[in-house]
Design a protein around this ligand. Structure first.
Ligand SMILES: N[C@@H](CCC(=O)N[C@@H](CS)C(=O)NCC(=O)O)C(=O)O
Length: 351
């Protein structure tokens, strides 16, 4: 290198060194914050205070035993579309397993597409490659979000329902003639009030609560969600002191709905969504309760923690722009839970 070239390089380097770094930082922050808000509003609609609002599910028909139903229960007629990372879709797989409906209801898996956004079918079906195309097939011109789970009717090629809480209620009660465990009732008449009470509380503060923490766009909205989340986890932990499951000695829909959030908690919500006051494994009852549910026959097979980590950390770009997937934490759900001896007589909640 000639000495003039050398001097030029030095001059450029000195000039760069002299650039006021506070302006670079300011510019970087300005551009990134604006971009971040823009991306977050696409990812997660919010209200004026910056709090996340979950959009409503739009397909709300029912598979029903009732006379004249457009969707009568039948073996092989209905299919679930699920993404293994999704807690809402996971609920449907757990109920399908607990009821023993594997032969009656088929499952099609979808995976997130980092480039296109949205879900891609792992196996093309009905000429559809993406879940958005499945929604279009069901309702041409559909303009809402294409979410999992989907309960699909193969006969009429339409979506019966895309709301997990309703799909699990149908799987519990309408398919008993095809179920391996028809008498296992996850929503028994005498416990309905209790189950509904827990569901209401847990949906807001925990199931959707973790998203309200992770998708909050202001400090206030985050803190409010975080406080509600941990207050409710404390309340559940206390209730589990004297009850093996939320509503007593048998598993109910309330436990299933809580389980799929707890399963993801220490691995993704604690870090990525900043739900980090405490880990589930550090609670005296919630940790063993999570292991108890995980160890119920058929449940572990519905769980894929690697898919969960890959999807949350890999695809929620505004929350993790570097795309780095953490190595840990190591959570062993196969360790003994010692919950069998927990009593179940004390009343919980306000009834
Ligand atoms: N209310 C729905 C929520 C389902 C949901 O939000 N699923 C997410 C995955 S965890 C999804 O598919 N999101 C895709 C999108 O919003 O475009 C339910 O409970 O079934």
């Amino acid at each position: 290198m000639s000495s003039t070239q050398d001097e030029n390089k030095k001059a450029i380097a000195t000039k760069r060194g002299k650039l006021p770094s506070k302006w670079i930082v300011w510019l970087g922050k300005f551009v990134w914050t604006n971009l971040w808000h823009m991306m977050m509003s696409k990812l997660a609609p919010r209200d004026r205070s910056g709090a996340y609002i979950r959009p409503n599910s739009e397909f709300r028909n029912f598979v029903s035993l009732a006379q004249g139903s457009s969707y009568p229960p039948a073996i092989g007629r209905y299919q679930l579309y699920v993404g293994m990372s999704c807690p809402w879709a996971h609920r449907t797989l757990v109920v399908r397993a607990l009821k023993g409906l594997e032969d009656a209801i088929s499952v099609s898996t979808v995976s997130p597409s980092p480039l296109e956004g949205g879900w891609i079918l792992d196996k093309e079906e009905n000429g559809c490659r993406t879940l958005a195309q499945v929604y279009q097939l069901a309702q041409p011109g559909y303009a809402g979000r294409s979410t999992v789970p989907v309960l699909w009717d193969k006969n009429t090629k339409t979506i019966v329902n895309n709301e997990s809480s309703e799909i699990i209620a149908m799987l519990n009660s309408q398919f008993n003639q095809f179920a391996k465990h028809p008498t296992r009732d996850l929503y028994p008449e005498q416990l309905r009030e209790k189950i509904d009470w827990w569901n209401e509380k847990i949906y807001h503060a925990v199931n959707n609560g973790v998203y309200r923490c992770g998708f909050a766009q202001t400090q206030e909205a985050y803190e409010q969600a975080c406080n509600e989340l941990f207050a409710t986890l404390n309340e559940i932990d206390t209730a589990l002191d004297s009850n093996r499951y939320l509503c007593g000695e048998s598993v109910s829909l309330a436990d299933v709905r809580l389980f799929t959030t707890l399963f993801r908690f220490d691995v993704v919500y604690h870090g990525l969504f900043k739900c980090n006051r405490r880990r589930i494994q550090d609670y005296p009852n919630l940790g063993p309760y999570l292991r108890d549910l995980y160890q119920l026959p058929g449940v572990a097979e519905t769980c894929d923690i690697e898919a969960v980590k890959q999807d949350y950390y890999g695809n929620l770009f505004p929350l993790n722009p570097g795309g780095i997937i953490p190595c840990g934490p190591e959570v062993s759900l196969l360790e003994p839970h010692s919950r069998k001896k927990v009593g179940h007589t004390k009343m919980i909640g306000n009834w």
